[in-house]
Write a protein that binds this ligand. Sequence first.
Ligand code: NDP
Length: 346
Amino acid sequence: MFGLIGHSTSFEDARRKALELGYDDFAAGDLDVWCSAPPQLVEYVKVKSPTGKTIEGAYIDSCFVPEMLTRFKTARRKVLNAMELVQKKGLNITALGGFTSIIFENFNLLQHQHVRSTTLEWDRFTTGNTHTAWVICRQLENNAPSLGIDLAKARVAVVGATGDIGSAVCRWLSVRTGVAELLLVARQQQPLLELQNELGGGRILALEEALPEADVVVWVASMPRTLEIDATKLQKPCLMIDGGYPKNLDTKFSGEGVHVLKGGIVEFCNDIGWSMMELAEMEKPQRQMFACFAEAMLLEFENCHTNFSWGRNNITLEKMDFIGEASVRHGFSTLNLKPQLQVATA
Ligand code: NDP
């Protein structure tokens, strides 16, 4: 059985959902009440692959909300408690969704393997980052040509290039896609230099230098809400793949010729019959989901019960091939630009 650990996009959403599910006390509670709320197993689901195989899984709401990010101990406790619940329920492979994988990595939760009487077994969990990286690369390859962008001549800026997802995206784009030039953006210089060395290329630039040069921008960093970007200085056309979380780039760009695509989202071939993706504001919540969640399903379909995506910068092209082939085989497709936004290829 697979598992998905997630959370609401805001405190307000979490309260609304609690009311719908009949948790009236939580719905009326303030943030302090939510800070002490235990994780909830919200629903069980069955998913049938076009291969005929059916798997079962569960969605666990960690009862974390982004407003708790500044409360270090609370955030840590929320993630560990959700992982403990997953293990007690006997789920074989569970994806850490939304902020939970970031909290796990950034707060170094590997040091906290013991939660009360439970010793967490890491091979029951995956960040889902390998599938997310593969999906973002396929979204780029599928959608840039439909905007008239020739990838063999294109400059692609990767914002968050040194991150777990960003570095995998850079490897794929330089070796498999063969884009003309990668523009590498992050804040710390040393990891950028190491990445450039590993790739044998790519230009290190500050964000404001990279954006005006880029035909495609892949955002794989959680950017501050206050970030201001002058859309008039961007290339036209420009494809923006919003792979960060939360996904808020479409509110920042309104300029003609700038096309924002929600990155790291997949669509399943059938309705799943769950309610959890309504929380994540998916356009088709019965079929669409974060690629990291789909990774847990794929690993369950493939009987691959291991922490497939784990730690930082361990994503290889071979792993991306494996999960990408499984994704196609089991009925997932990547989200594309809406047809009316595309222009004829020159
Ligand atoms: P990492 O923490 O491994 O990497 C983050 C990267 O962003 C680093 O390169 C970091 O480098 C850079 N960065 C952070 N802040 C800034 C900034 N202000 N300006 C420029 N660069 C910045 O994260 P992951 O690779 O695990 O995840 C990346 C993003 O993808 C996250 O937002 C995550 O929530 C999202 N995600 C989305 C999924 C989906 O939609 N399906 C699934 C999983 C994750 P430095 O610190 O040097 O700046």
